[in-house]
Write a protein that binds this ligand. Structure first.
Ligand SMILES: O=c1ccn([C@@H]2O[C@H](COP(=O)(O)OP(=O)(O)O[C@H]3O[C@H](CO)[C@@H](O)[C@H](O)[C@H]3O)[C@@H](O)[C@H]2O)c(=O)[nH]1
Ligand SMILES: [Mn+2]
Length: 739
């Protein structure tokens, strides 16, 4: 529908999106004020009651003071992401009224890296879901980057390109949601009401099943059969000697959307679909996902050159076909759009259990903290489900004067043959292309940091841009959350390591952000950058007071002392607040308790390793790595996950720390109580009661660890080698502290 110029102008007054501010409430401010008072009194007590020179527990006391000081400072940082929250809303109907014929070209990047832990079937479901966006297909381009360089993945994508000719029209005809076939078929029963729909549903489901069977048979075989190889010349690129770490660029345009004759079963045009495995050579560092993204940015620039780039991890399928339009409501808004560099959607997961034992869902982060950052100038870029302007991603600074002309035509060369095109594009993905360029520094995603996304987003914001966090009612993206404790802790190690690395680098938010982004946003960034150093204070808090309890050294006020009040107040109100917040976000009480456990586990293991690795990096002993999260699990592991049983299973050094802390607290608790009983005097207990409570809480939170160590028989239990070592170390620590 074309609007007349007048109608258009009338419409112009109305924005394409709306922002609601959630100002901090009075109750929250009172809470802040009272907490600050409480914390202050705790410090007064700590400073005025330090045990004298030579007295018992002087150093333990001073250390505890340090830990509390750290917690307080950190707590202040975390308030900045709560203070000023904003929630957004879009008007897609206005967008299509005004711009339906001038919608820009969109390039979607999907990254995968390993066909065993990221199965090709999962990858193509993500690809199909984004191909099926509610968007003009000739303006939509999907690129799959395969760092695994696997012909199995290529084969799956080839199958998907054929299946899309059935799937896309089906989705559009029946307004199907979600548009990942796997997710759709597993959630949707046969539509019985409409017989013609039912017929199509069944036939397309059959097609899908047959395709999956073929792909999975091939994956089980581990190689593509001769017959299939004959079907497409693309397979020839996998020569006999090619391996994932050493091969030339492989590039195949599976669907060429610019060709009006390439159509689906209903005669409608199709989005472009490209397979890319960038060149890999053993002596060239490939920079993990950031390297893959930069190759994609360049290759796509030579083909579709969309002004908007969206990227998803291979497990994050689109669950909402309207997301492209949602994002455009922000970026194309006449009033405010020109300042917005990227629109970040939250990450949701489809395998979260009721009480979310590993706190994967990040409820509080996506419902409170990111809206809070948004209020301060914009959320971080978190790597998946994010729409960028191409030019800001490539380093452009914000300027008020610059007006984006939305282009609706791509810039392909008309007289180029397919072979010439292929060669030109392949050059963009070669190992040497980036030599002596700004790629990985000022252009594209930054290299050298395990959280390439966060550091890239930060530098974009520091160039003057804003970002937006948008969480639509129907979730935009859904991925797979890790299902074992080890995977979760390793993932957090990567994140906290990367975040802390940013803090230690010249990209420290307080330095680069100074004068460029709001103080609130700098503090917000710091609250994540400083995850890792939390390990020190936390380790101290869960070890020393317990050992001192065993020994009978008091570190807290007596139960009858008025000084107990600020301690109790701070602890109780902080945890009550966090519980209420968690429940408000839709969590359960058990889920909150699980989150507290994960909070402690992460801080004592992932963050500790991240902290140490960063120090080693500073001294040049260690290099960045990227451990890819597994997206599949064995049947019995999945079953235990469903039952919310903690999965230990491997003898990871992370678990040794967990088990040692758990045992140490158990011994301290039992030993300390034993001493009190033996002395037959309740007065002994009075000065130690807070330590008794603290130690008791640590033991309670560790119940799944004791179960894993002593009471479980399944494969997910703690390995006995860990048990012996943990008992030994814990006993050793107890004995040493008693000496
Ligand atoms: O060398 C590599 C390594 C990883 N990936 C891809 O990167 C994505 C993210 O990897 P994953 O193991 O799933 O990590 P997550 O911890 O789930 O990822 C989060 O954190 C990462 C930064 O640590 C971001 O890059 C991701 O976008 C963000 O979702 C996946 O699609 C991988 O295939 C590559 O393309 N090349
Ligand atoms: Mn992931």
């Amino acid at each position: 529908m074309m609007l007349t110029e007048r109608q258009r102008e009338r419409e112009m007054g109305k924005p394409l999106f709306e922002t609601k501010q959630e100002k901090s409430r009075l109750a929250y401010r009172l809470y802040l004020l009272s907490m600050i008072n409480g914390i202050f009194l705790v410090f007064v007590y700590r400073a005025s009651h330090v045990p004298g020179e030579g007295e018992d527990g002087r150093w333990a006391w001073i250390g505890l003071f340090g830990a509390e000081l750290w917690f307080s400072i950190y707590w202040v940082f975390t308030q900045f992401r709560r203070w000023n929250r904003v929630y957004r809303q879009t008007f897609k109907d206005r967008l299509s009224q005004r711009y339906e014929n001038e919608l820009p070209i969109i390039d979607v990047f999907v990254c995968t890296a390993d066909p065993t832990i990221e199965p090709p079937t999962m990858v193509i479901n993500t690809v199909l879901s984004v191909m099926a966006y509610d968007y003009p297909p000739e303006k939509l381009n999907v690129y799959l980057s395969d760092d695994g360089g696997s012909d199995l993945t290529f084969y799956a994508l080839l199958e998907a390109s054929r299946f899309s000719k059935y799937w896309l029209p089906f989705c559009k005809k029946f307004q199907v949601e979600p548009r990942s076939p796997a997710a759709y078929f597993s959630a949707t029963p046969e539509p019985l009401v409409n017989p013609s729909q039912a017929k199509e549903f069944l036939s397309i489901k059959k097609l899908y099943k047959e395709m999956v069977d073929r792909i999975e048979t091939t994956s089980v075989l581990g190689k593509v059969s001769e017959e299939i190889i004959k079907e497409h010349q693309g397979f020839l690129e996998w020569g006999s000697g090619s391996n994932p770490r050493d091969h030339p660029t492989i590039l195949q345009i599976l669907i060429d959307g610019r060709d009006p004759n390439v159509v689906d079963m209903e005669g409608q045009r199709l989005p472009t679909l490209v397979y890319l495995a960038r060149e890999k050579r053993p002596h060239h560092h490939h920079n993990f996902k950031a390297g893959a993204m930069n190759a994609l940015i360049r290759v796509s620039s030579g083909l579709s050159n969309g002004q908007i780039i969206m990227n998803v991890d291979c497990d994050m399928f689109s669950n909402n076909s309207g997301s492209v339009r949602d994002a455009l409501c922000f970026l194309m808004d006449e009033e405010n759009g020109h300042q917005i560099a990227f629109v970040q959607f939250p990450q949701a997961f489809n395998n979260i259990t009721k009480n979310d034992i590993y706190y994967n869902f990040l409820k509080v982060i996506s419902q409170i903290e990111f809206p809070g950052l948004d209020g301060e100038g914009g959320p971080m870029y978190i790597g998946s489900g994010c729409f960028h302007r191409r030019d800001t991603l490539c380093g452009r600074k914000y300027s008020k004067e610059h007006i984006t002309e939305w282009e609706t035509q791509d810039n392909r060369k008309v007289d180029e043959s397919i072979d010439e095109l292929n060669e030109r594009l392949k050059g963009f993905a070669s190992c040497t292309y980036e030599e002596n360029t700004e790629w990985g520094k000022e252009m594209g995603l930054k290299y050298g940091c395990p959280v390439e996304d966060v550091i890239t987003g930060l530098s974009i914001q520091c160039r003057g841009w804003k970002s937006v966090f948008f969480s639509p009612k129907r979730k935009a993206f859904i991925g797979v959350a890790p299902t074992t404790l080890d995977q979760v802790l390793v993932q957090y190690k990567r994140w906290s390591e990367g975040n802390f690395q940013i803090f230690l680098s010249k990209y420290n938010p307080l330095l680069v952000g100074h004068g460029k982004i709001k103080v609130g946003l700098q503090m917000g960034y710091c609250s994540y950058c400083l995850w890792a150093p939390n390990c020190l204070a936390t380790l101290y808090y869960v070890v020393i007071p317990s050992l001192c309890f065993l020994k009978g050294t008091a570190l807290f006020p007596k139960i009858s002392s008025p000084w107990l009040i600020p301690f109790a107040y701070v602890a109780i109100s902080k945890y009550t607040y966090s519980l209420l917040e968690f429940l408000w976000c839709g969590g359960t009480v058990q889920g909150w308790w699980n989150n507290q456990r994960m909070w402690m586990f992460k801080r004592t293991t992932s963050y500790l390793f991240a902290f140490i690795d960063n120090l080693l990096k500073v001294f040049g002993f260690s290099k960045s790595t990227f451990v890819i999260t597994t997206k599949v699990a064995d049947q019995d592991v999945s079953q235990r996950y469903e039952q919310e049983m903690m999965e230990f299973g491997t003898s990871s050094p992370l678990f040794l720390i967990l088990a040692t802390i758990a045992m140490l607290n158990l011994f301290s608790l039992v030993g300390g109580v034993w001493v009190v009983i033996m002395s037959l005097q309740t007065t002994v207990m009075a000065p130690l009661s807070l330590q008794f409570v603290l130690c008791g809480i640590v033991v309670a939170i560790n119940l799944p660890v004791y179960q894993g160590l002593f009471f479980r028989m399944d494969k997910g239990r703690m390995p006995s080698s860990i048990m012996f070592k943990a008992v030994f170390f814990a006993l050793f620590a107890c004995i040493v502290s008693l000496l």
